[in-house]
Design a protein around this ligand. Structure first.
Ligand SMILES: NC(=O)c1ccc[n+]([C@@H]2O[C@H](COP(=O)([O-])OP(=O)(O)OC[C@H]3O[C@@H](n4cnc5c(N)ncnc54)[C@H](OP(=O)(O)O)[C@@H]3O)[C@@H](O)[C@H]2O)c1
Length: 120
């Protein structure tokens, strides 16, 4: 947040990008504070980056929803805060379709509780 404040003293900030995903949540507080100011947050490595996320909790929720783990990981990010924008990277058309499907998933309180076990 200090870096954002420093940047805001120079120019208006509309978007911040940093590493964040289900398993790596160091920016939890920052995301909430940016949301209060109407500033977008783009998580990089939303799927874990070079080593895509693997977790039994993620696989469990994916099975409950009849979805894939990666689509659930993206749905969780979209659910996390309204200021989150996603640019998941893929070189595969099948993965692209899977990732887009994440935008259509609804997560219940039970799903969120299970996913909350990751990265805590
Ligand atoms: N600001 C920064 O310093 C910074 C640093 C890194 C990245 N970024 C940005 O963050 C965004 C995402 O980065 P990223 O692409 O490196 O990381 P990512 O989206 O977390 O992960 C991409 C990896 O996940 C795999 N993948 C994608 N969809 C999948 C699926 N449905 N099932 C299984 N594997 C899947 C991809 O392999 P396949 O090709 O086989 O699908 C690729 O290996 C990009 O916009 C990037 O420019 C920014």
């Amino acid at each position: 947040m200090e870096q954002v404040a420093e940047a805001q003293a120079i120019a208006p900030i509309v978007c911040v990008q940093n590493m964040y995903n289900l398993a790596y949540r160091q920016d939890d507080e920052l995301i909430d504070r940016l949301a209060e100011q109407g500033i977008a947050y783009v998580p990089y490595f939303p799927l874990g980056g070079f080593s895509p996320l693997q977790s039994s909790a993620l696989s469990t929720v994916a099975a409950w929803l009849d979805a894939t783990p990666m689509s659930v990981a993206l749905a969780w990010l979209l659910h996390r805060s309204p200021n989150i924008l996603l640019i998941p990277g893929t070189s595969s058309t099948a993965h692209l379709r899977e990732n887009i499907a994440g935008a259509g998933l609804s997560l219940s309180d039970e799903d969120l509780a299970e996913l909350g076990k990751i990265g805590r």
